[in-house]
Design a protein. Structure first.
Length: 454
């Protein structure tokens, strides 16, 4: 039987009862042996006392020949024999004997003290004592078979209550374990009532101390799941809305191209359709990026990363886009420590920031990129432009998904800064938005924790 496939209640019952039965039988066996030993000691003491009593009786008898004892009235009397004799002129003379003992002394006579031997075809346990002052000998015997039976009965009576109590112990242990596991069954029933549409926290009142941390962890998990479901519900609604508009525009441009016979108008419609398809491709790419970022958490394994080199590589990658708009892209790095980061995600963050800066900067504008130490424990990345900027009252809206402050003049989808904030959170970095001075545009500052020097 594999315990891993059993319930906790079954495991507890089997383990507890198995332990009780195992140790009970060990203790019972030891008690049985001790009882046998104590019974032997008791029977030996009785033989000694019996022999001494017979010597005392024989001293006061003047019978020339022993008279047999009365017939036995108890079944255990048949298991005892005794003879008392005197040694006169080297000839033994029996003074007392039991009813079931022969007139002759067992031959050979057992040694003085305790001994064992056969008599009349059965094994006996003897005790012999010699009284020199009175020249008397006494021999007391007890049937070994009867003696063992009596000892075993005594020993069995010692362990019989335990064996008879095992079923009661099984019932009591089962009821006690079921009662102790009631809070767990109650928790299970509460979890079964939950649904994706209703993830209420579990009530922790009257909860055992062992389950309290579990319920706290479950409530935290349920809260995160509820937030994720709500977040994805809003995200799906916003994404469907954002895709519906370019799809409708793309369909309208294709239909317009099919209805007109003017080649110039057809080319213009197809160009607009191509722009709409490009925008949808960019939107889908950003959505896939956000979906991939959901796999990461704030406990992701960060490693030392050279932010200066990654920033330099991203600036070189996006330089052609800046040249196409005659934008001056300047990178001013300063010597600083490495940061704790993920090499796969930091380029995505930088490309989104640089793409937004170039996209929202007018031709012949300027974009400045700087990496510098903020203090001994942080490294700061700043990307600023001299574009139109963002009004102060709208800075708080930056980073919200599908939030485009000037949709009529740009081709963005409103997800770039959301991706930036998500990656910054994974890196435990702080993001700040403000006006760029002296350019007058937008400035984005991200403060990363420096890599620990271990």
């Amino acid at each position: 039987m594999n315990l891993r496939h059993l319930s906790i209640q079954s495991r507890l019952i089997l383990l507890i009862l198995g332990s009780v039965i195992t140790f009970g039988f060990l203790a019972g066996y030891e008690s049985y042996k001790n009882a046998l030993h104590e019974a032997d000691e008791t029977f030996d003491a009785q033989l000694v006392q019996y022999a001494q009593s017979l010597l005392l009786v024989a001293t006061h008898t003047d019978e020339e020949q022993a008279e047999p004892m009365p017939p036995p009235t108890h079944k255990y009397e048949q298991t005892l024999i005794f003879q008392v004799w005197s040694e006169e002129h080297g000839q033994p003379r029996i003074l007392l004997r039991s009813n079931n003992a022969s007139v002759s002394i067992p031959d050979p006579v057992p040694d003085e003290g305790f001994s064992s031997g056969k008599w009349h075809g059965e094994r006996w346990h003897y005790y012999r004592e010699h009284d020199e002052s009175r020249e008397l000998e006494v021999l007391v015997g007890q049937n070994s078979r009867a003696r063992n039976e009596l000892a075993q009965k005594v020993a069995w009576h010692n362990i019989e209550p335990f064996l008879l109590g095992l079923p009661v112990l099984l019932l009591v242990a089962t009821l006690a374990i079921r009662y102790a596991l009631y809070p767990l069954r109650k928790l299970t029933a509460g979890l079964r009532q939950l649904s994706p549409a209703q993830l209420d926290p579990i009530n922790i009142r009257n909860t055992p101390r062992e389950l309290t941390p579990v319920i706290h962890a479950l409530n935290q998990l349920l809260g995160r799941i509820a937030n994720t479901i709500e977040h994805e519900r809003r995200f799906t609604a916003d994404a469907s809305h954002e895709l519906r508009t370019p799809l409708a525009a793309l369909r309208a441009q294709i239909q317009a191209a099919q209805l007109t016979t003017d080649q110039a108008e057809q080319r213009e419609c197809m160009n607009k359709a191509t722009q709409g398809a490009d925008r949808m491709a960019h939107l889908v790419e950003q959505l896939l990026t956000l979906s991939r970022l959901d796999e990461y958490s704030s406990q992701a394994h960060l490693e030392p990363v050279d932010l200066v080199e990654i920033t330099r590589a991203c600036c070189a990658e996006i330089a052609p886009d800046a040249l196409s708009k005659n934008i001056d892209l300047a990178f001013t790095p300063e010597p600083c420590a490495n940061i704790s980061g993920l090499p796969d995600l930091l380029p995505i963050l930088l490309r989104n920031l640089l793409d937004n800066a170039i996209r929202y900067t007018s031709p012949d504008g300027q974009v400045t990129v700087a990496v510098r130490p903020a203090n001994t424990q942080h490294v700061e990345l700043e990307i600023s432009d001299n574009g139109s900027g963002v009004p102060d009252e709208q800075l708080a809206l930056l980073g919200q998904r599908f939030s485009r402050l000037t949709p009529s003049t740009t081709e963005g989808v409103g997800l770039g800064l959301s991706i930036v904030i998500r990656i910054a959170n994974i890196h435990q970095a702080q993001v700040g938005f403000g006006r760029a001075s002296p350019q007058g545009g937008l400035s984005v500052k991200i403060r990363f924790p420096a890599a620990s020097s271990k």
